[in-house]
Each structure stands twice: as C-alpha cells, then as structure tokens.
Ligand binder design. Structure first.
Ligand code: COA
Length: 578
C-alpha cells in the first residue's frame, strides 16, 4: 500500500535518479576530472549598444518594481497587526524566528511575491514564508506562518505555497521544519481551501508520505495551531512547543464556551504543559522561543546525514579557485542582456558566458540547430548541462535538444534551461509549410518527452519569454523542474502581447476583429508580467539577473545534499505518532 503511495508522489524520473557518489564516506576524497572547456569570448560590441541600452532601461524599471514589492512584503500584516503580534501576544516576527533557526541569512527564499494582485486582495508573502536554509550546515526546507496576516490563517495561495515547499522537500529529499502559528483555514474562502485534492488536507497527507519516505520533519509550535493548524505539529516526527505562546486545539476557548458553557484559558485547553505532560502531542517543552529554536537545531543534528568536510585551502588556493570560478565578464551586464521583448534578444551565448565559471562552455553540436545552444559548463564548481534558446526552436534545434538532454540524463549531469521562447509559431499557409510544421511538431514532441523523462535534476530560469509550446520543451512549470525562477523582465503568457492576432480566427468583421485583438493584447500585457506570474505561484520566485549565479549555486548545493543522507536504503519506515 505504502509503496503504491510513494509511486503516486515520486515522479517516474525521480524514482531512478541516483547520484554516483551516494553513501560514500566523507573520508573518501574525490576529485572531479580536469576540464579545460573553451572560454566563450562574448564581449559587448558597439553594434549591441542600442538594444543593450533599451534592455538596461527596462531592467532598471523592473528592478524598481521588485524593490517596491519587497518593501511591501517586509511590512507583513501592517503596523497594527505587528504591534498585536509582538506586544500583546509577545511573539517574535517571522523573520526574527528564521534568524534564530538558521545558520545565516544566505537562505533561498521561495516565491516571496506570491499572494500579490490576487482577486481576493494582496496577501503579503501569501501569509507564510517558505524557503531553504542551512541548520547546522544541513539544507532544510522551512515553512513559517506569518501570524501578522489574519492570524496566520490559510488563504488558497497559502495552501499552494505550503504544498510547493513540501514538493521541493520531496523532490530534493530535504528535511522540513514547520514554524506553526496559524488559525487554520481562512473561513471566508473555505470552499477554496478545504475540499479539493490540492487543498489544505494535502499538507497533512504529504507529511505522512514524506515521513514514510524518510524525509525528516520537525515542527515548532510558536503560536496558535487551531483547527487545520493543529495537524501540522501532531503529524510531524518531532515537535517542540513554546510555553505560553503555543497552543494546539481544534476549537478555541470561545467554541468550548459556546458548546459546553465551560470557561477555559487557552493554556488549560491546549498549552505547552498540557501537550508535553498529558497528551504527548509534542515531544519537547521550551520555556521561550529562543530555547525552541536551539532545541530544533539540536534535533536537526540528530538526523542521519554525513556532510563532506570543508576543503581546507590556503590563501593561494582560495585565490586561484575564485579566479577560476569568476565569470569572464561582469554578471551586472546581464541587466542589458535581459530582453525587454523578444526582438531585443541578443545572442544567448552572451548570457551563458556571464553565468558560467570562467565564462567557459563546452558546446555540443555547435553547428547544428543553432537556434538552441547546448553544452556543458560549471557553476561554482558544479558540472551541469545548459540548454538555452537562441531563437525559435527549429526542427533541428529540437532534435539537438532531445539528444543533449538524454546525454545529460545518461551521465547524471543536472540540467539548466535558460528560457527565452518566441511569442508565436509560424501559421500554416501551404502544403509544404504543413509538412515542415508537422516535422517541427514531432521534433518538439520528442524534446518534450526527453525533458519530461530525464531523471536528473532540472532548473529553469526564464530570462525572457515563456510562451507557447517551446516553453514546455524548455522545461516550463508543467514539466516539473526542481526549481523555476524568472528574471523580472520575463513575460509569461500563451503568446506575447502584441501577437494576439495570430491566435484569433480571421472570419469576422474587420472592425470587430481589431477590437478583439486589442482587448486580448491589453489583457496579455497585464497578465504576462513576471510579478503577475509570481503572485500566483507559477514559479519559485523572481530573481535578479546579477544574483542568478548565487541562486544557482545554492540550488546545486541543495540538490547535491541527498548524497549525504545515510541509511536511505530502508525505504519503508513510516513514523506513527502516538
Ligand atoms: N478566518 C478568517 N479570519 C480570521 C480567522 C479565520 N479562521 N481567524 C482569525 N481571523 C482574523 C481576525 O478576524 C482578525 O482580523 P482583523 O485583523 O481584520 O481584525 C485577524 O485574523 C487576527 O485575529 P485576532 O483574533 O484579532 O488575533 P489573535 O492574535 O488574538 O488570535 C487566532 C489569532 C488565530 C488565535 C484567533 O483569531 C482565532 O482563534 N481564530 C479562529 C480560528 C478558528 O477557529 N479557525 C477555524 C478554521 S477552520
């Protein structure tokens, strides 16, 4: 039964990914094969100037929008709610909690802009912070409610964000820490958070399945855990609860009073003492929040992972390694390479040379299907295969893409997709064209299959357009990349604004057609922005072009960590709490 359940949750590709150095003791030193990949000489030329400057202006405008949104989410539920949370309820704010829990601030926050611009309003950070940070050196997923936003209750977008974080924990086999401070479902939207498969209950289902898959889960009760909120700590493998701050109950004191007439305090009904001493729902009692996070850090150090020793380097070795890893050109130039629109795209090799170690790239099939660039490179020492659009995916380009993806899969090399897909595909106008189009379709289908079935980790960065079927072949969201990020200039829509005409049937009145086209283009313009996409959690976040190398390094480190978990062979070991 459980084996069947794993099968439901682990993708076919996931089931077979095994890294070759798994279970090797850290005492065994391994070194990568030496490489001397050629340097991609891609300096900015004077003929790039006009496009570069236009892109740069657009990137600066997008950056301002990014900063504005970041400022808004930092304010959480607003001044009044923050005062209630910190002064009346005497709790730490969610970012202070993370500061106490994690080793440092170099964590990967997931979808910070989720929750903005939704039909039911702006929900800062979707009501909970999620991400991946290090605890005693071990990368762990965290899911931390922000109780300044409507008491930490779950909106539909909160549920979606929690589920995505769990999904990432499953896909990358990462321990998961829940900081629970939630009043359960946001009642006015109960029909959108309760009944369906991927609604609130799925969080608890995942907890059970993750536990059975030996993905460790620890929770900290640092606020109210009412109704749905109560199942997170009780289903986690180990739980810490904070005295006089944490409560766990299905219905609070007002409900008890209404039902039975009894008057009870929250502490009597479901406080830390009761759950640590009487019910046994929690395993550790903490007098204060700081003690709870110290305790959680200690719990994490009992997980059976053996991390590799840090390589000891002298100054000269560090200098040499850094010099080798620095890209050849300044990554800040990526701001002028991030296309304002598809017709502002420069050769994608210019982007690649500003992302890879030393700007080096071992190109594969350089002379074939040149609207797609494929090849091997390193990012902070991690070997990976890069697949990057350099125009519309032609028949040859798609065949080359399939070949390269399968090659990486066979060699167990993770894949990075740099996506900038064309706004529209050419319409069929003649029989000859129809034949070209069907061959194209078959090649695209082949590449989609190769991408979907590749068992290696995949990361997608949308550096420009994310439109049409090419975006599937370039590992869009539906193709389940381990991580998917957008640059702020990215545009996500079935076709780009200004290209709606190609999708509309041309059989009506000219005037009516023009009106329809204009309306659709306006809608596409509004809906295609990176922030619109991220607000709806169609990605794992908007990242700045100049930060891309750092984000990719973190992702590649995170992906690699599964090698260091010991005793994963014993596959079935569900943990049943009392
Ligand atoms: N649905 C919608 N809104 C809710 C809510 C819920 N389940 N629970 C709380 N809120 C709102 C409150 O109306 C309030 O809104 P406001 O800021 O616009 O006034 C805000 O969240 C904060 O609630 P408040 O009670 O003032 O804060 P608190 O810190 O004292 O208590 C809770 C927070 C969550 C402990 C408390 O509100 C509570 O027990 N809520 C009911 C939980 C419940 O019964 N859930 C059942 C879900 S199935």
């Amino acid at each position: 039964m459980l084996t069947t359940m794993y099968r439901c949750i682990i993708r076919p590709a996931e089931r077979c990914w095994r890294c070759s150095v798994r279970s090797v003791s850290s005492a065994v030193k391994r070194k990568a094969l030496p490489s001397a990949f050629p340097v991609l000489e891609q300096p900015l030329q004077s003929d790039h100037h006009r496009v570069y400057e236009a892109n740069l202006r657009n990137s600066n405008a997008c950056h301002n929008q990014y900063l504005e949104l970041r400022e808004k989410i930092r304010k959480g539920g607003g001044e009044k709610a923050i005062a209630r949370h910190t002064q009346r309820n005497r709790k730490f704010l969610v970012r202070e909690r993370l500061r106490l829990l994690l080793d440092d601030e170099d964590f990967l926050e997931l979808s910070p802009f989720a929750g903005f611009g939704l039909p039911y309003g702006d929900i800062p950070s979707a009501g909970c912070l999620t991400g991946i940070g290090r605890i005693n050196g071990l990368w762990c997923v965290f899911i931390a409610h922000d109780a300044t936003i409507k008491g930490g209750t779950a909106y539909p977008i909160t549920v979606k964000k929690q589920l995505r974080a769990q999904d990432i924990a499953i896909q990358n086999r990462l321990p998961c820490v829940y900081l629970v401070d939630s009043g359960g479902g946001f009642l006015p939207l109960q029909s959108e958070v309760f009944p369906d498969k991927n609604h609130g209950g799925r969080t608890f289902y995942n907890e059970a399945i993750m536990s059975a898959m030996k993905i460790p889960q620890v929770s900290v009760v640092c606020g109210s855990c009412t109704a749905g909120g109560a199942y997170i700590p009780t289903m986690a493998e180990e739980t810490v609860m904070v005295h006089q701050i944490g409560t766990i109950f299905l219905g609070g004191p007002p409900l008890v009073k209404a039902a039975t007439g009894e008057e009870v305090t929250p502490e009597e009904l479901g406080g830390a003492r009761l759950h640590a001493e009487v019910s046994g729902c929690v395993d550790h009692f903490a007098m204060g929040e700081k003690e709870a996070y110290d305790c959680t850090r200690n719990i994490v150090s009992t997980l059976n992972f053996q991390l590799p020793d840090e390589e000891e380097e002298d100054e000269e070795q560090t200098r040499r390694r850094k010099a080798e890893q620095e890209p050849l050109y300044n990554p800040v130039e990526l701001l002028g390479l991030a296309p304002k629109s598809y017709n502002h795209s420069l050769d994608v090799k210019m982007v690649v040379s500003r992302l890879t170690d030393g700007g080096r790239f071992q190109e594969f099939k350089a002379r074939y299907g040149t609207t797609l660039i494929t090849g091997f490179a390193k990012i902070h020492g991690h070997l990976l295969g890069i697949v990057a659009n350099n125009g519309e995916l032609s028949y040859q380009a798609a065949l080359k893409g399939s070949h390269f993806v399968q090659l990486c899969d066979q060699r167990d090399v993770p894949l990075l997709f740099l996506q900038n897909t064309a706004p529209t595909t050419a319409p069929t106008v003649s029989t000859t064209q129809a034949e070209v189009n069907s061959n194209h379709l078959k090649a695209q289908g082949a590449m989609m299959s190769a991408v979907a079935c590749a068992s290696v980790p995949k990361i997608t960065v949308v550096i420009g357009g994310c439109h049409g079927a090419d975006s599937y072949a370039m590992c869009g969201r539906a193709f389940d990349p381990h991580f998917l990020f957008l640059w702020p200039n990215a545009k996500v829509s079935i076709t780009a604004p200004g290209h709606a005409g190609s999708l509309l049937p041309a059989d009506g009145e000219r005037e009516e057609e023009e009106k329809q086209e204009e309306e659709l283009n306006m809608r596409l313009k509004e809906e295609c922005s990176a922030f619109y996409s991220s607000g709806r959690l169609w990605d794992d976040g908007v990242i700045l072009p100049q930060d891309t190398r750092r984000v990719l390094r973190n992702c590649l480190d995170i992906i690699k960590q599964r090698q260091y978990q010991l005793s994963t062979e014993k596959l079935q070991s569900p943990l049943l709490r009392i």
